[in-house]
Design a protein around this ligand. Structure first.
Ligand code: SF4
Length: 139
């Protein structure tokens, strides 16, 4: 668990979408930039539940509390290794998945985690940094 009091300190934040009128004219990112600092503070909101319902909510069983913790601690390479252990393409799923893990989160009432955003951000940032780890070589 990254930060014991994180879920009390930080409110849920998600990146803003660009207006549709703007997006229909290009093929650029749908979401406006979301800082690494915000990604980490959002990761700190995870309580690392004894029974993490987010696991069962995720269709590919992503190990969500673990990579929330790693993201909060700024251990990006380890975070992408854990993410790739269940998901080969977080860059894609982070954009198109309807994020049932967030609905399954025990604190979902008005304050669900923004898991999908972290998966997208992590996958994209690490690819950009050349840290893409092949699932076949991450042991
Ligand atoms: S259910 Fe929510 S708070 Fe609990 S471990 Fe999963 S993401 Fe964290």
């Amino acid at each position: 668990m990254g930060k014991v009091t994180g879920f009390k300190e930080y409110t849920r934040e998600v990146p803003q979408r660009r207006p549709v009128e703007e997006r229909v004219n290009d093929f650029l990112e749908v979401y406006r930039p979301f800082s690494e600092e915000k990604v980490r503070s959002q990761a700190a909101r995870c309580m690392d539940c004894g029974i993490p319902f987010c696991h069962t909510g995720c269709p590919v069983n992503n190990i969500i509390p673990d990579w929330n913790d790693l993201a909060y601690r700024d251990h990006w390479r380890e975070a992408i290794r854990v993410l790739h252990s269940t998901n080969n393409f977080p860059e894609f799923t982070g954009r198109i998945c309807p994020a049932p893990c967030e609905a399954a989160c025990v604190t979902k009432v008005g304050s669900s985690r923004s898991h999908r955003e972290r998966a997208r951000k992590r996958g994209s940032q690490l690819s950009a940094r050349g840290l893409r780890v092949s699932p076949r070589h991450n042991n």
